[in-house]
Design a protein around this ligand. Sequence first.
Ligand code: ARG
Length: 493
Amino acid sequence: MERDVIRRGRLTGERTGEMMHFLSSMGADRYIADADILVDIAHVLMLSRQKIIGYEPARQLLTGLLDFYDNGIPAAAFDDRFEDIHAGIESLLISTIGEEAGGRLHIGRSRNDEVATCLRLRVREDVIRQLSILISLRQVLLNLAEEHIETIMPGFTHLQYAQPTTLAHHLLSHEAAFSRDFQRLWGALSRVDQCPLGAAAFASTSYPIQRELTTEMLGFGGVLENTMDAVGSRDFALEVLSDLSIMMAHVSRICEELVIWSSNFARFVELDDAFCSTSSIMPQKKNPDIAEVMRAKAASVIGSMTSALAITKALPMSYNRDLQELTPGLWRGIQDAKHSTRLLIDMLSTATFNSSAMAAEAGKGYSTATDFADMLVQKHNFPFRTAHTLVGKAIQNGTLDLPSLDSAAREMGIPPLSTTGITPSDVSDALDVRSSIDRRRAPGSPSPFAVKISISSRQKVLSEDSAMLDKRQTSYSDAIQRLIRDARKEAGL
Ligand code: ARG
């Protein structure tokens, strides 16, 4: 059985299974095991280039590491007896290739810079994946908007009918939010993409290491300079979790709408059966369970963010073991966000929107009352507040027609509308739902005219974002391929 090579010198005393289970980060380290091999390989290549280790130990170390890379890390490296995957891999390597070479892996570094580098590599990959899911999600919303340019529906404020709009306009509002989520995560990526390697425990090292070299080999955007900051900071994780929390708040808002819209009293949408569950007792039930779980997942991601903030907020510089407790929540938050957004794409693209139910509701609740007040301002030079009061009083009297408006005018002591030349057809024209929408033509408005312009400009932004993301993704994967190629060459494989 491989001994824990880190502990054997300084400490004695058996540790119980419970102690080890409590202390070990092995469960969460599964997420960074592959990244750890890459970080080890880059470190060894740098040690060899800088002549800090000789050719033969470098060859043996790289051969062992490439074996793990090609054939998988042996299960024994994940044993809970090791405090973490870094100890597991180093111990395994020493027991495979011997201590003469294996014992040189950890020259000039610490698990502190090692783990920070692994976390950043893995989070970088996860952020790239999340950004590409956001691209697909935005595309689905734009496609649906395109289909529903003419689909009229009630628009809400306070969940009360407010003014008529179109489904396209509503969907574009969600696309706008997800597009900002993309921008936020893209911004966070540049701060994730910094390399802490070479910081060692916190004070770097006296070996002639070259930090720029490992930074470049791992495809990082730059060196995370101050070595105390490099090992002690986790704000890159806080930032990603915050951005994901905001994104999940947006996911949750759509889910809330889908839950309401799919209810019997609204019938605005029919979700695909696959996204619904039924009741164990009520055979007729079709419940929007996936949307509900997604709404709750938003809370879990917010939980990961708040626990991460609380863990870091009072830590003295530099590394403290508390930081280890941040990572399980980080992976959970990232996974929940990924699964939710992926499922949301399918839930939206398989949903059937009930255009006639939406249209039937669009004019209810005096939803065009504002249009009537606006007509009085535009055609009859009313001050807006006078028109607003007049229409409000007519509605309070129970109807929005000429007689009711006339009696409201009398109450207010102003001339009745019928005496100023306003006809019943002027009233019904001003209250017409379709015309109400068509009149709203300013940028970003609900009219088909404005929505078509919005869709094409949003589509352009989306294509630019997508191209920018592809380019970055390729540069990361090229760097890793180059690293492995160089390692094989150096090992003579
Ligand atoms: N498992 C540790 C973590 O996740 C790795 C760093 C351990 N460093 C230390 N000084 N004990 O943070």
